[in-house]
Design a protein around this ligand. Structure first.
Ligand SMILES: *[C@@H]1O[C@H](CO)[C@@H](O)[C@H](O)[C@H]1NC(C)=O
Ligand SMILES: *[C@@H]1O[C@H](CO)[C@@H](O)[C@H](O)[C@H]1NC(C)=O
Ligand SMILES: *[C@@H]1O[C@H](CO)[C@@H](O)[C@H](O)[C@H]1NC(C)=O
Ligand SMILES: *[C@@H]1O[C@H](CO)[C@@H](O)[C@H](O)[C@H]1NC(C)=O
Ligand SMILES: *[C@@H]1O[C@H](CO)[C@@H](O)[C@H](O)[C@H]1NC(C)=O
Length: 629
């Protein structure tokens, strides 16, 4: 019996200790998982000697408030992407045989990035306080959450998270918590803050921004407001980005590019090319969202409400319509036609009746003023009534006079309402240009602000995808082959002077509008989008570990009102229309063009009739001569 007890004791020294150790380890895993307070799936790469432990862990985890699943990866099993990253905890025992291989593989698959969580068992802190060499060369950056363990005394374990700001920097070690068998996990109070806020101190590390400029003077005057119409977008964007450097305690490194960046023969140029190649961390200027850019850029925040749009003053109504048929609706015009036809018939009957009645009387006195019952006389009579003229002929008798009275009265009212309406229409503007096709078919001239992005958006390469934009580019923007680029001042002045639509940065453009336009000219300014998604965003490289930090920084800047301040300093909103109709515009050719046409056609018709009459007269003369002969 004694021998047996000694035997058990010896056995226990070797195995019971390891079994209780294992139990502690399992308890620690469960406590760490529990501390996240969200559903978690565990992918484990462990090498426990007893398979009982592998069964015990899922059992313990299943008792948690938010049950989870566990998956064990076997020795050589490769990690297969994609794992949904938001609910995943990787569990790795560093002392396993292929642990290093597993870590390398995970690094290659970007599994240390945002939202993945790691718990590495086994002492990862060397005796001299350094981080174990296995972690070298892995991209464990600021967006990672990698917990390593350090065994202090028996069953008292320190947990740390580690990260590097950039691959070549030193390790940063953060205290995560302490785990002890008696008290469980005591998590550090710092963990209330998100990783972004805890790790945002760059300690003077450089962060590179690429700024697009069109004028070399901007290089030395990026924050100045003096020459604000030069590279406005670069300056306003950079003034919003600048506080981010203070937020991150990073040092400023600025590169300059000539254009935003577009794919040319498969490679990207400009700022986006630099970002894609990893030379640059941040876009230094707001950028449009396009489908091709989505795999390269991470869009962070929209600091300014300015966009690029076609802006124009609503043209006079006569640019889109014939003013002279507008006063009456088509129903009224049809009724008028019917009215005239009926009147003609009534007049004909009436004159016939008159002539019959006064036949005898007329024979004696030969009254010339009586309206004869012929169609041509009746038409002339009606025309003179319509156009408010008198007539030398009239109808006789009570019935005739009544008819005449009614005709003239009716036409006086019609004439008054018609001319009153024309006066209003002459001063009205048309709001019928609302879409790009309307713009294409309007009589407006088109111009484009001379900036780098417009050189792309108004080029054959971009417009060839869309027939409407192609037509706009070819027929309106570049009718003579050369696109109508102009400076923003010239463009805005053209809007003021003539029917002209100008694609401009609305923030700067409206500032000039406010300066140059008279009050009534600010009314009726209309905008049409040409570029899709024309709200520009600030951006960084896709999957950049700093993306979340930049985003939080930008939102802070916005919340503190700094971007709003820059926008108010640099841009203007669309001017409000305070004095409506105080204006007076002279009638121009376009307004009465239809009348001139009518006159012209009338004259041509008159000459044709004259020719016909002469012809008929000659024919009749010849015929009577022949008869005489
Ligand atoms: C694991 O892979 C290595 C080579 O990559 C091989 O030598 C070893 O036999 C494999 N082990 C198992 C258990 O498949
Ligand atoms: C947890 O840690 C804090 C200090 O970080 C300490 O004050 C507290 O006593 C600890 N709690 C337990 C239960 O050990
Ligand atoms: C900013 O970085 C410098 C090192 O360049 C460091 O000395 C300073 O403490 C940091 N400031 C803050 C507020 O962390
Ligand atoms: C700006 O400077 C660069 C070299 O510094 C030069 O190549 C470029 O032509 C200059 N651009 C203008 C518009 O002067
Ligand atoms: C793109 O490639 C074509 C043919 O490969 C070449 O003719 C053209 O010049 C290239 N364009 C640019 C901008 O390099």
């Amino acid at each position: 019996m004694k021998i047996l007890s000694i035997f058990i004791n010896i056995f226990c020294l070797k195995y019971c200790v390891s079994i209780t150790n294992l139990n502690y380890e399992l308890q620690m895993i469960v406590d760490v998982v529990k501390s996240y307070e969200k559903p978690t799936s565990v992918i484990a790469r462990v090498c426990w000697e007893s398979s009982a432990a592998e069964i015990k862990l899922p059992k313990m985890l299943a008792n948690l408030e938010r049950p989870i699943s566990v998956r064990y990866l076997r020795e050589n099993e490769t990690i297969q992407q994609p794992y949904p990253n938001n609910h995943l905890l990787f569990l790795l025992d560093k002392n396993c045989e292929h642990a290093e291989f597993f870590l390398k593989q995970a690094g290659a698959h970007n599994l240390f990035s945002k939202s993945y969580r790691w718990l590495v068992l086994g002492n990862s802190i060397q005796d001299n306080g350094n981080i174990a060499a296995e972690f070298e060369g892995l991209s464990i950056s600021v967006d990672s959450e990698v917990i390593i363990t350090e065994e202090k005394e028996r069953n008292d374990i320190l947990l740390h998270t580690i990260y590097k700001l950039r691959p070549n920097n030193e390790w940063n070690k953060e205290y995560y918590g302490t785990w002890s068998a008696d008290y469980g996990l005591n998590k550090s109070e710092d963990r209330i803050h998100s990783n972004v806020l805890r790790r945002k101190d760059f300690k003077g590390e450089p962060v590179t921004t690429s700024v697009v400029i069109g004028d070399n003077r901007t290089k030395t005057d990026l924050l100045g407001l003096g020459n604000i119409f030069v590279d406005t977008l670069s300056k306003s964007s950079f003034r919003c980005i600048d506080p981010l450097y203070d937020f991150l305690n990073a040092s400023r490194v600025i590169l300059f590019a000539e254009t935003w960046g577009y794919p040319i023969n498969g490679t990207w140029n400009g700022m986006i090319g630099d970002i894609k190649r990893g030379k640059v961390d941040l876009c230094g200027i707001v950028t449009f969202i396009t489908l091709e850019r989505l795999p390269i850029l991470e869009y962070l925040n929209q600091p300014t409400p300015v966009t690029a749009k076609f802006v124009f003053r609503q043209p006079p109504l006569s640019y889109q319509n014939n003013l002279f048929i507008l006063p009456f609706t088509s129903n009224v015009w049809m009724c008028l036609g019917a009215f005239v036809l009926i009147l003609t018939a009534i007049l004909y009957i009436n004159t016939k009746w008159d002539s019959m009645k006064y036949e005898k009387f007329n024979e004696q006195t030969l009254d010339q003023t009586c309206l004869p019952p012929t169609w041509s006389d009746i038409t002339i009579f009606l025309l003179s009534a319509i156009s408010q003229q008198g007539s030398s002929n009239e109808l006789k008798g009570t019935l005739g006079r009544l008819v005449m009275f009614i005709i003239f009265l009716a036409f006086v009212f019609l004439y008054t309402s018609y001319s009153a309406n024309i006066v209003v229409l002459l001063q009205s503007t048309s709001n019928q240009i609302r879409t790009l096709p309307d713009l294409l078919n309007s009589k407006l001239e088109l111009g484009v602000e001379d900036v780098a992005y417009n050189r792309y958006y108004f080029s054959a390469a971009y417009t060839s995808k869309d027939p409407i934009k192609k037509a706009i580019f070819e027929r309106k923007v570049a009718p003579k082959g050369k696109p109508n680029y102009m400076s923003i001042e010239d463009g805005v002045k053209a809007i003021q002077k003539r029917p002209f639509a100008f694609n401009m940065n609305t923030g700067t453009g409206y500032r000039i509008v406010s300066a140059f336009f008279r009050e009534h000219e600010k009314c009726g300014l209309q905008e049409i989008d040409y570029i899709q998604n024309s709200k520009p965003w600030l951006c960084s490289q896709k999957y950049s570990p700093f993306g979340e930090m930049f985003k939080v920084g930008y939102i802070r800047i916005q919340e503190h009102g700094l971007s709003d301040r820059e926008n108010r300093l640099i841009y203007a909103k669309k001017p409000v229309c305070s004095v409506m109709g105080g204006s007076f515009d002279s009638v121009n050719m376009v307004d009465f063009y239809p009348v001139c046409l009518l006159l012209l056609y009338g004259k041509i018709l008159a000459f044709v009739l004259l020719g016909l009459e002469i012809l008929v007269h000659r024919l009749q003369k010849r015929r009577s001569n022949e008869i005489e002969i």
